[in-house]
Design a binder for this molecule. Structure first.
Ligand SMILES: *[C@@H]1O[C@H](CO)[C@@H](O)[C@H](O)[C@H]1NC(C)=O
Ligand SMILES: *[C@@H]1O[C@H](CO)[C@@H](O)[C@H](O)[C@H]1NC(C)=O
Ligand SMILES: *[C@@H]1O[C@H](CO)[C@@H](O)[C@H](O)[C@H]1NC(C)=O
Length: 399
């Protein structure tokens, strides 16, 4: 699998990218490779919440239930956020007498099936966490290496809808082998389970994970800082052409609302994640969000770019020092653009039509997704002033 096909796809990609700055479509080979994971999930990037970025190991079933409540009560569920994902530290230190994973009896006393029922009762889905090694990253719970079939069947019997599968303590065994084994186990588990590979991008998962999972991490863990977020955006960008319906690049979960960045930095984080078709997995405590956090996470225009049915990952199309233009095609001939000022002072940024894939003579309307204003009849380029560490995001509709 690692031999001929990806090389072939690589040359097709080179051919298809030379003509225009925006890649019009993915190669046939890439599409065929992705179709190999036949669980029908992830036709658009997954949306939801995950416990790690805010709570780390300090989780329990009450928090998870309250998060599910908050997801519905504050209106995020109806915007498309559907997965409630429990990260590391939910299980007991040891397997039970039959060798099965068991929930930690003091933090999850009602058990995972009861929690799945509760979450399903809210119209949401439950995600869980495992590891393709001997123990998880916290080392507080067992890994699934060698127990893939058993654990996949356990998750299925519990009503779990999603598995994030980490890469710690992996005994040096090839990621392709370890992740493929769990992928097959999930397909045979009797339940349709979204498979999120958390392999940290170490073995270029874009080139092989399409047939294995619905998303794959392309980087190490995000930190709640501007430096980490921007570095991860750049690392993930390299793999843009490998993403598409059914399988997405994952630059890690959102930090929006956790306090380490300014509102404009978080707005940039959310805009870029949406444009690059990243999973939109909220990582803050949505039971107590600020007005600004809620406004960012609830922007329907930006979410619509992420969930656009064309499913083509936007990428960096222009860079002039700290001033960048990121863009990607949407269905209906529209184009999404982010003007991103990564510098420390206000600057003007010009997106030229040639770099976003339009004919210079094309006249278009630009819908500002954050102010909801419309700039009518622009031709050739869009030139706007952008504050330090801020962005402006548009959907451009040719007339
Ligand atoms: C359950 O979780 C608590 C709190 O994190 C921890 O102290 C305890 O050791 C865990 N119990 C088992 C059996 O893993
Ligand atoms: C660009 O527009 C000009 C003028 O309308 C037209 O002649 C030309 O064919 C267009 N080029 C493309 C690539 O659409
Ligand atoms: C963009 O607009 C600014 C003024 O807002 C101007 O100084 C600058 O020259 C313009 N850039 C381009 C490429 O048109």
């Amino acid at each position: 699998m690692a031999g001929k096909a990806p090389l072939c796809a690589f040359f097709l990609l080179l051919l298809s990218t030379s003509a225009a700055a925006i890649r019009p479509a993915r190669s046939v080979a890439a599409t065929a490779r992705r179709a190999a994971l036949e669980n029908g999930l992830g036709r658009t990037p997954q949306m939801g919440w995950n416990s790690w970025n805010h709570f780390h190991c300090k989780i329990n079933e009450e928090i998870i239930r309250e998060i599910a409540d908050a997801m519905v009560d504050n209106g995020l569920a109806k915007l498309g956020y559907e997965y409630i994902n429990i990260d590391d530290c939910w299980a007991a230190y040891d397997r039970d007498s039959q060798g099965n994973l068991a929930a930690n009896a003091s933090t999850f006393p009602s058990g995972i099936p009861a929690l799945a029922n509760y979450v399903h009762g809210k119209g949401l889905k439950l995600g869980i966490y495992g590891d393709a090694g001997s123990r998880t990253c916290s080392k507080l719970m067992p890994g699934s290496l060698g127990y893939e079939d058993k654990d996949a069947k356990t998750f299925a019997s519990w009503g779990v809808d999603y598995l994030k599968y980490d890469n710690c303590n992996n005994q040096g065994i090839s990621p392709q082998l370890r992740y493929n084994t769990m992928s097959k186990a999930l397909l045979n588990s009797g339940r349709n389970i979204f498979f999120s590979l958390c392999e940290w991008g170490v073995d270029d998962p874009g080139t092989w994970a399409g047939g294995v999972g619905n998303s794959w991490r392309t980087t190490g863990d995000i930190k709640d800082t501007w430096a980490s977020m921007t570095a991860i955006a750049d690392k993930n960008d390299k793999w843009a052409s490998y993403a598409g319906p059914g399988g997405w690049n994952d630059p890690d979960m959102l930090e929006v609302g956790n306090g380490g960045m300014t509102t404009e930095e978080y707005r940039s984080h959310f805009s870029i994640w949406a444009l690059v078709k990243a999973p939109l997995l909220i990582g803050c405590d949505i039971r107590s969000m600020s007005k600004e956090t809620k406004e960012i996470l609830s922007n329907e225009n930006v979410i619509a770019v992420n969930q656009d049915e064309l499913g083509v990952q936007g990428h960096k199309v222009q860079q002039d020092g700290d001033q960048e233009v990121w863009a990607g095609p949407l269905s209906g001939g529209k184009i999404a653009i982010v003007l991103w000022n990564r510098g420390s002072t206000k600057a003007s940024i010009t997106a030229s039509w040639s770099s976003i894939g339009l004919n210079a003579s094309t006249v278009a309307d630009a819908h500002d997704l954050w102010t909801d204003g419309v700039i009518s009849s622009v031709q050739g380029e869009l030139n706007e002033t952008v504050d330090s560490h801020a962005c402006k995001m548009y959907v451009v509709t040719p007339k």
